[in-house]
Write a protein that binds this ligand. Structure first.
Ligand SMILES: NC(=O)C1=CN([C@@H]2O[C@H](COP(=O)(O)OP(=O)(O)OC[C@H]3O[C@@H](n4cnc5c(N)ncnc54)[C@H](O)[C@@H]3O)[C@@H](O)[C@H]2O)C=CC1
Ligand SMILES: O=C(CO)COP(=O)(O)O
Length: 430
């Protein structure tokens, strides 16, 4: 006869077996990576790959022998929600992925793949799927939201009746249309009592699915929430760093989409490496300037959610925003490019929001305004780019040396030097 305790033991044993299998799988994948790195010379002389392997494997085994008992819901069955839910399930968390379409849920549960957004990638067999929002979010510790920015408020309104102490983490990198609200602003408005955080970083979903080492940032004022998210998602292939600058981390993720579009466009024009470096660095200057006006710490933009995400998306065809820019640079209009992409590209809306806000509040955002002029005012890209190059004398890093905003003194000095040189030249000619 089997007592309920026996059956519990069986279930625990099954879980331990599954956890052990998953830990073994990860460790052997890790060994593969280290082997490849060593063969290609990345192991370097001083690095003892077997010591690294055993140290990392030991840490991983420690984490996986005591899988967190966190209960998590991920809302949004696109590429990112799926990739993150998969990481959590693989770490042994009780994880449910909510997708609004019932047929999609059935297909995902049957095939254990997300055929539309991540075709060919097998998902962890412990991941659960649901199209029942109430069931998905009730009794969870953390609800991660990965729907597009334009659907974020509606999603919060829909889950509001089922919130009874869960924390919320936004994975969305956008802004609300016409309100300029960031996701954290919307959470504060819709669910003022809730403990929340935002997660952002260079996290191209497809690379995460391929176990390519990546890192991200969880930003929250709540230390327990930061730790819980780190425990839930950290693995040998995914490192989760922490921050308490919610605004800065969130703005990094949202604003970089603008510049990924600009860089996609620049790539279509086959610009040089110097030009790419200039755009990327001046983009960072705009982002931190805008961030400071919104109350963020400019140093946050030097982290993964700033420079990190900017680098990943501004240099890769894997970024949907980069691809939009590339299509625009090849002569397509914005509506056709969005239609052809068929996935979320938050930058399309973010350019409009940031252009309007910066214009209204007098924040100097020349690249954003230039992009807006090309996309929405039908201005010729070359003319706009040349105009950008002629824009005044500015300081490199304005937090090190402030700009002389009017530039009047410098311009007068340049004019007088130029006229003195011209006078000298004409004297010589006499
Ligand atoms: N894909 C990526 O590599 C990364 C994406 N993100 C961010 O994650 C957010 C989601 O993006 P992806 O998953 O990539 O988008 P996606 O385009 O792959 O999928 C969007 C998903 O949201 C669903 N959706 C749309 N409207 C909805 C609504 N009203 N209610 C419920 N579900 C709805 C769609 O059915 C689809 O499943 C975006 O803000 C994006 O910037 C962040 C990091 C990486
Ligand atoms: O934010 C991302 C990676 O960090 C994904 O970028 P895209 O939305 O441009 O694909």
């Amino acid at each position: 006869m089997t007592s309920p305790n026996d059956s519990n033991k069986d279930t625990n044993n099954e879980h331990n077996d599954t956890d052990k299998q998953s830990s073994d799988k990860q460790n052997s994948l890790l060994a593969g990576i280290i082997e490849r790195a060593t063969k290609s010379g990345l192991g370097r002389k001083k690095l003892n790959p077997s010591a690294v392997e055993s140290a990392v494997a030991k840490n991983m085994a420690k984490i996986h022998s005591n899988p967190t008992k966190l209960r998590l819901a991920f809302l949004g069955g696109g590429s990112f929600g799926t990739a993150m839910a998969n990481l959590a399930a693989r770490n042994g968390c009780d994880t449910t992925l909510w997708v609004r379409n019932k047929r999609t849920v059935k297909a995902m549960a049957k095939t254990q793949t997300n055929k539309k957004y991540l075709p060919g990638h097998k998902l962890d067999d412990r991941l659960k799927y649901s199209h029942d929002l109430a069931a998905a979010v009730k009794d969870k510790d953390i609800i991660f939201i990965a729907v597009p920015g334009l659907a974020f408020r509606e999603t919060l309104k829909n889950i509001a009746p089922f919130i009874s102490g869960q924390s919320i983490v936004s994975l969305t990198k956008g802004m609300e249309k016409d309100t300029f609200a960031l996701m954290s602003d919307i959470i504060k408005e819709e669910l003022p009592e809730v403990n929340f955080g935002v997660m952002s970083g260079p996290n191209l979903a497809i690379e995460i699915m391929k176990n390519m080492p990546s890192a991200t940032v969880i930003a929250s004022e709540s230390e327990p929430l930061r730790h819980a998210v780190q425990a839930a998602l950290h693995s040998a292939f995914f490192r989760v760093f922490a921050s308490d600058d919610v605004k800065g981390v969130e703005l990094g993720g949202a604003l970089k989409n603008i510049y990924a579009i600009a860089m996609g466009m620049a790539a279509a024009y086959e610009v040089g490496e110097n030009t790419k470096a200039m755009i990327l660095t001046r983009a960072l200057a705009e982002m931190s300037r805008f961030g400071v006006e919104a109350g963020a710490n400019p140093l946050t933009f030097l982290g993964l959610s700033g420079v990190g995400d900017l680098y990943a998306t501004c240099n890769s065809e894997l970024s949907r925003n980069f691809r939009i820019g590339n299509m625009l640079g090849r002569g397509m209009n914005i509506d056709a490019a969005v239609k052809k992409l068929g996935q979320t590209a938050e930058g399309v809306n973010t350019i409009q929001q940031v252009h309007e806000k910066a214009t209204r509040e007098g924040i100097y955002m020349p690249i954003t305004h230039a992009l807006y002029a090309v996309i929405y005012e039908d201005k010729a890209a070359l003319g706009v780019a040349l105009h950008l190059m002629e824009a005044g004398f500015r300081s490199d890093v304005e937090f090190v040396m402030a700009h002389d905003h009017s530039n009047a003194a410098l311009t007068a000095h340049m004019k007088s030097s130029a006229s003195k040189t011209a006078d000298k030249d004409s004297d010589k000619d006499k």
